[in-house]
Write a protein that binds this ligand. Structure first.
Ligand SMILES: NC(=O)c1ccc[n+]([C@@H]2O[C@H](COP(=O)([O-])OP(=O)(O)OC[C@H]3O[C@@H](n4cnc5c(N)ncnc54)[C@H](O)[C@@H]3O)[C@@H](O)[C@H]2O)c1
Ligand SMILES: N[C@@H](CCO)C(=O)O
Ligand code: NA
Length: 443
């Protein structure tokens, strides 16, 4: 029997995900190496501080603070960039790809901002850039869209793409906790980005939506071109009223393509979604992605969207594909290597104008308890052709009240104008808050 080839892997960064990759390759080593027909050796681990106490023990000779020992080392077959950020990570990923290396990453911020350039460098130099862990943690969504659902054109992809915010919303709903009270737990569980604003302001999930939009439609969309709103405005009372009306509030990514108009809508925002929808039942750190293809129909994938083990499962899956490539397998079927296909997908494709986005809305308006205030609000909304579907009122101890209303069909521009007029009223306290009501059957 011929000797198995040893594949040498270098890790850049050894935090939550990096240690998970080490731990789980070790855990299932014999089955993994049997399936791959190769031996896996993580020979270099680049850290800032080798003396730091870590859960996973690594032989001292593997540690270094010099990225060149991974990036410029001809003995390293696969570079895993698991340090995060868009500074040093960009520089090192570029350098590795320029040398024709295979790079595996979990870094969605980097792909969203620099994917176009990095895939091009990979293409030109015969390397490859794998990124399954970057979207929806352990869910194999990249492989699913790119390979398993290759027969389809995608009218609608939507779902929950951030584990931290879904974990927070779930605990707010179940335990009535504030979001500050749950953020610390999410951090301890290894879900939260080094910069927590990425999770809380929707940016992390928007990065992932941009990556999915590229995969499905071949078009890179800038974060500045899309609606991106996080979970900070959601209160316990919003979740409670939504629940009474048959909805959950979820941070949703929506990637909708109108093939007739050749328009694409990519957005990321909290939304009320009917409890009947599968995605509404996706709680805690789980992510869920609903993919509607013109051939397969709707397929929903659910799994852990963040955390050490789930994320490292996806990184190891990319390492496995990299091993197959190193053994002579072609690069994945429809991939960034096949630019012509991707350009055809995106031919003439425009972004749908945001202010024409139509649907129903939920509005929370804090008012002074004055006579006629509801009639006044109703008048202001009527001027924008917005009508109430439901009205709930909550009296507060200070004599003010919160009005929680849902509307019949309206649109972004009308809601924005109505909110501005409402905020200027002396009987309205602060700025009204609105969330969209998302109905996938109306897309
Ligand atoms: N934690 C998750 O659930 C999760 C899930 C999916 C994707 N990701 C992504 O994976 C990447 C890593 O995330 P993490 O949760 O492991 O973060 P982390 O902060 O736990 O680990 C990153 C490590 O990289 C180190 N590092 C940063 N710059 C370095 C440098 N120049 N040289 C050496 N080491 C450096 C940091 O000191 C840290 O130990 C990020 O891109 C993140 O967005 C994380
Ligand atoms: N911070 C991210 C990690 C997974 O990408 C999340 O909570 O979803
Ligand atoms: Na994934």
């Amino acid at each position: 029997m011929s000797e198995k080839r040893t594949i040498r892997i270098g890790l850049l960064g050894f935090g939550v995900v990096g240690q998970g990759v080490w731990k789980n390759i070790d855990k299932n080593r014999s089955a993994l190496e049997y399936r791959l027909g190769a031996e896996l050796a993580i020979t270099q681990v680049v850290v800032k501080d080798a003396s730091k106490a870590r859960e996973v023990q690594v032989p001292a000779e593997c540690y270094s603070d010099d990225p060149a020992r991974v990036v410029d080392n001809p003995e390293i077959d696969i570079v895993c960039e698991l340090m995060g950020g868009t500074g040093k990570a960009l520089e090192l990923t570029r350098r590795a790809l320029q040398q024709g290396k295979i790079v595996v990453t979990a870094n969605k911020a980097l792909i969203c901002e620099h994917g176009e350039e990095l895939f091009e460098i990979a293409r030109q130099n015969g390397g490859h850039y794998f990124f399954e862990a970057s979207v929806a943690g352990g869910i194999p969504i990249i492989k699913t869209i790119r390979e398993a659902l290759v027969a389809n054109r995608f009218k609608l992809i939507f779902g929950i793409l951030n584990g931290t915010s879904n974990y927070i919303l779930t605990r707010m709903e179940r335990e009535g906790l504030s979001f500050d009270a749950t953020l610390g737990d999410a951090r301890k569980l290894g879900y939260v980005e080094a910069d927590e604003a990425l999770d809380l302001d929707g940016i992390d999930a928007a990065h992932k939506a941009v990556i999915l939009a590229y995969l499905a439609h071949g078009k890179w969309v800038g974060l500045d071109q899309i609606i991106c709103e996080g979970i900070r405005d959601i209160t316990g009372e919003d979740i409670e009223i939504a629940g009474q009306l048959g909805y959950k509030i979820k941070l949703l990514a929506v990637i909708a393509r109108d093939f007739e108009a050749n328009q694409l809508s990519v957005r990321l925002h909290p939304a009320l979604i009917s409890k009947q929808e599968v995605i509404a039942g996706v709680d805690e750190v789980y992510n869920g992605v609903s993919v509607t293809g013109d051939v397969v129909g709707t397929t929903v994938l659910i799994g852990r969207g963040a955390g050490q083990d789930a994320t490292s499962s996806s990184v190891i899956s990319d390492i496995a594909d990299a091993v197959f490539m190193l053994q002579g397998a072609p690069a994945p079927a429809i991939s960034e290597e096949d630019e012509a296909t991707y350009q055809k997908l995106a031919d003439g494709l425009e972004l749908a104008p945001q202010d024409q986005l139509a649907g129903r809305y939920y509005l929370r308006i804090h008012v002074k308890d004055e006579e006629g205030v509801l009639a006044k609000i109703s008048d202001i909304l009527a001027k924008e052709h917005i009508s109430f579907a439901t009205v709930n009122q909550k009296e507060l101890e200070d004599g003010t009240a919160k009005l929680m209303v849902t509307t019949h069909k309206s649109n972004e521009a009308a809601i924005a104008r109505a909110k501005a007029v409402l905020a200027a009223q002396s009987s309205v306290i602060g700025a009204p808050v609105s969330f969209r009501i998302f109905d996938p059957s109306k897309v």
